[in-house]
Design a protein around this ligand. Sequence first.
Ligand SMILES: *[C@@H]1O[C@H](CO)[C@@H](O)[C@H](O)[C@H]1NC(C)=O
Ligand SMILES: *[C@@H]1O[C@H](CO)[C@@H](O)[C@H](O)[C@H]1NC(C)=O
Ligand SMILES: *[C@@H]1O[C@H](CO)[C@@H](O)[C@H](O)[C@H]1NC(C)=O
Ligand SMILES: *[C@@H]1O[C@H](CO)[C@@H](O)[C@H](O)[C@H]1NC(C)=O
Ligand SMILES: [Zn+2]
Length: 479
Amino acid sequence: MKLPVLAAAAAAALPTIAAHKPNLPRQGPASSGSAATSSTFSVPGYAPGVSVASSFSTLPTVSWSLPSVNPTAIPLSDIVPGTITTQSTLGATTTFPAGSTPTGIPNAPPMPNWQTLSPANYPALDKTPPTDSPQVQQWIQDVQNSGIAIPDFQPTQPGGCPANLELASNETLCWWTCTGCTASTDITTCPTKLTWGVTHDDGPSPYTPNLLQYYNQNDLTGTFFCIGSRVISYPAILQEEYMAGNQICAHTWSHPYMTTLTNEEIIAELGWSIKVIKDVLGVTPLCWRPPYGDVDNRVRAIATAMGLETIIWTRVSPTVTFDTGDFNIPGDTISPSQVLLNWENIMGNATIINTGFIVLEHDLFAQTVDMAVGYILPAALAFQPKLTLKPVIECLGFTLADGYLETNDNTTHPLPTSSFSNAPSATGAAGSAQASASGNASGGTTNPTGGAASVATNNALLAAGTAAAAILAALGTLL
Ligand SMILES: *[C@@H]1O[C@H](CO)[C@@H](O)[C@H](O)[C@H]1NC(C)=O
Ligand SMILES: *[C@@H]1O[C@H](CO)[C@@H](O)[C@H](O)[C@H]1NC(C)=O
Ligand SMILES: *[C@@H]1O[C@H](CO)[C@@H](O)[C@H](O)[C@H]1NC(C)=O
Ligand SMILES: *[C@@H]1O[C@H](CO)[C@@H](O)[C@H](O)[C@H]1NC(C)=O
Ligand SMILES: [Zn+2]
């Protein structure tokens, strides 16, 4: 069981987080037992198109082939599963004076001075925020006032689909994790074939600037799904993402399984994550991604009531989801070479579907950024047929300005509701307000994979996914 190693190493890599958890278990990363033992890959001298194999002591060897690799890529053998490599990071490479605005958003409000933000004014890191604060009570009231009906489902039990077999197959819930069920309002693809909505989740982190540097050198932009707890820890890096023309979306405050939370907890998670982004950037995001893709119609309705579009990632069938698996490298359940093979499979599927696609990648840990800038993005840029890489809001045919409450053109990109307020509540706690209301989420639901029938066949996949998810969940609680 390598979890304590991961946690200790994560603490070392993310000092701001560790500072809030001084009693993390300590174990040397050398005991992880997953160091690379051999690799035929070497840099420099890599010939594009050559297949290579990497071998890790505890993970299967797989072969892969990419159209191009960054000549300065960190060798795969140095991207070690299960440990957090402590390579150098760039830090925020540019700091922006208060009042700056991104060139891509002509009507952007002036950006605040992040140095005046105090973490003391935000909830504790990496925990679901309390629901009895005046601020959260105000958001609960806003959700009630939105007129969006919140389905009256009980929260799911921890443990995902296997722990909730009846709910997992209940089509009324439309629980994406379990059946791939999507609501008509969900965004899971880019409409235009061979267009890739590039996304990175779980940052900002000390490694994000390495990714931004590659983006900048290659004239790329993407969508960042940011965890509120990371935003208040690395506000200057969030500003750098935004100023470089990337789209910023929310990814909750503490990265929980959202279907397990009460309505009030869901509101607290979403509310704080979009408030901290507004406080750092001056704009309120209109999009979010559920951690682990864990969303059902109850969670969707609350997100809609808070002005957030739900963006997941492309899922062609129970066994073909456009998830690189990159996060499982730090989780020590996947080798870097397997991630590259996953990428090849994603590309193979991307060329045969009729739409574009959205891929899941991460920027929280060094390995996932190393994979992106050394391998995945260079391969994407060299891919034939040629791919178009864009932030999700742009692949949908909108502008970056359409991605934020304050700058959205309310005619071409209308909001489902406009009642959500970021203003701190002037009133005190409003007692035990209930956001629940009976009724259905807005928008119909569709099930591309055959609904309940797919649940049974999906169990093997779920078991694999659950193992990885359990690591991330445990990591989340330790962080
Ligand atoms: C599905 O869930 C809904 C909402 O909780 C419930 O009313 C319904 O009875 C459930 N259906 C089945 C077949 O369990
Ligand atoms: C699609 O992905 C699956 C695995 O996720 C893979 O087995 C299959 O070969 C891929 N299809 C193509 C056409 O590449
Ligand atoms: C769009 O609507 C929102 C909510 O009513 C409002 O705050 C915002 O100023 C509007 N945006 C524009 C560009 O008019
Ligand atoms: C909820 O949706 C179901 C299925 O579409 C429909 O039969 C039912 O009448 C709806 N309930 C409400 C309260 O709108
Ligand atoms: Zn995530």
